[in-house]
Design a protein. Structure first.
Length: 173
């Protein structure tokens, strides 16, 4: 049985292509949407990388600023001892005193060059963030809640407290 197709029974090929394939406009819109999505993803990735770079840069800067914290903290008792020794040798003009003064100045300069700043708050208002109250006294010469005496200077390293000042505070009348 040989069946020959009738030319009237066949569907034109152009009709098949149009029915099976989406119109070019629909395909173009899909490609445009995908391109927009890829651009958005690329921008988001770029922003994430930039944020990560900035965060890493801040962390490196913080690490650099406070890298000497332990060493400088361990030098504070040496500075205290030199200051106490010089305070007890009032009026002495010996070469030993001059050497101690020079050593102290050099230590303070190295500390200052690395962000070390003394906290010596006599006469200033008590600040619990930078001072540690050791006692309270009545003092007519000082305003209430102000530092009357400093037992031990405090120190800041790049605006961060390294050691609080040990102080006596006026309790007010």
């Amino acid at each position: 049985m040989n069946h020959t197709p009738n030319p009237d029974d066949t569907v034109p090929t152009s009709d098949i292509d149009e029915a099976a394939a989406p119109p070019i406009e629909v395909e173009l819109e899909a490609v445009k949407a995908e391109l927009a999505s890829l651009k958005e993803d690329a921008l988001r990735e770029r922003a994430d990388l930039e944020n990560q770079r900035k965060r890493l840069s801040r962390e490196i800067e913080t690490a650099r600023r406070f890298a000497n914290e332990r060493l400088l903290g361990e030098l504070l008792p040496v500075i205290d001892s030199l200051e106490a020794g010089l305070g007890n040798a009032d009026g002495d003009a010996s070469p030993l005193r001059e050497g101690m003064e020079l050593t102290l100045r050099q230590l303070l300069k190295v500390g200052a060059d690395n962000g070390l700043v003394p906290v010596d708050p006599v006469g200033q208002p008590f600040n619990p963030d930078h001072h540690q109250a050791m006692s309270m006294v009545d003092s007519p010469d000082h305003a209430p809640n102000h530092v009357v005496q400093v037992y031990q200077k405090g120190w800041l390293l790049n605006d961060r407290l390294l050691r609080p000042a040990l102080v006596v505070v006026c309790q007010g009348t």
